[in-house]
Design a protein around this ligand. Structure first.
Ligand SMILES: Cc1cc2nc3c(=O)[nH]c(=O)nc-3n(C[C@H](O)[C@H](O)[C@H](O)COP(=O)(O)O)c2cc1C
Length: 225
């Protein structure tokens, strides 16, 4: 169980990597209909388990009429790890790489991040993908599906909450976390414990509540930064 705490922080100027994201990738706000969920696969390791977990939660999204999924796989859409200098426009090559990811994050109403735990945190490619973006996260909810050893990836999730708060995102309280995940999933790539499906529903229900609330709020007035 998690405790909820209130925090007050001093806002600083967001980093934009030399280009205002709103100019290059307009933030498309939804006009209604099912919530658009970007499911981000956080691991890029050869032989990774991440897609199994992502397929499972995407299947849950697919069964619902109130949301649709767009799976953002950082293996298929890698992003450079060198940022341009402040005030400098990214090269055409980098703009093309961002073009495969950024508009999809901009168009999302909400996010599900699927993450393993690497050294008590989340994988570097996921941090890189987060850091390339700014407005795309603003005023949107993020839910987590994590997996790992004894801790079930929860240490990665708690660190992600801190990072995403800086980006004006709202993280959903419930998580789905797979502890010792190798013993949880059966040969069909599904968790054998039906409690996992209950947890997925609770997570997606909360994401839906926040997704609608924040989509309506963003439509009513621009997010204050
Ligand atoms: C660099 C690295 C660090 C890891 N650190 C942890 C850890 O701190 N806690 C944990 O539970 N599992 C850890 N693991 C094990 C991962 O949970 C496990 O390998 C998992 O399959 C990684 O996700 P992936 O297969 O999608 O890459 C680590 C794995 C790697 C590759």
């Amino acid at each position: 169980m998690y405790a909820t705490v209130c925090t007050l922080y001093i806002q600083s100027t967001p980093y934009t990597h030399g280009v205002a994201h709103t100019e290059v990738f307009p933030m498309a706000d939804a006009t209604g209909g099912p919530l658009r969920i970007a499911v981000i696969i956080g691991s890029t390791r050869d032989g990774r388990f991440g897609p199994v977990v992502a397929d499972w939660i995407t299947g849950h999204i697919a069964e619902r009429e109130d949301m649709t999924a767009d799976v953002v796989d950082l293996v298929e859409t890698p992003l450079p790890t060198v940022f341009p200098a402040f005030g400098q426009t990214p090269s055409d090559e980098v703009v093309a790489q961002l073009g495969a990811v950024s508009p999809r994050l901009a168009e999302a109403d909400a996010f599900v991040i699927v993450t393993p735990e690497y050294n008590h945190s989340f994988p570097a490619p996921l941090k890189n993908a987060i850091d390339w973006h700014n407005e795309q996260w603003h005023g949107k909810p993020v839910g987590f599906v994590s997996y790992g050893g004894l801790a079930g990836g929860l240490r990665a999730v708690e660190q992600l909450r801190v990072v995403l708060a800086e980006l004006h995102a709202v993280t959903v309280r419930n998580t789905v976390s797979f502890h010792n995940y190798g013993e949880v999933f059966n040969a069909d790539g599904k968790p054998s414990d039906p409690g996992c499906d209950v947890a997925a529903k609770a997570l997606l229900d909360q994401l839906t509540w926040w997704g609608h609330a924040l989509r309506e709020a963003r439509r009513a007035r621009p997010y204050a930064v």
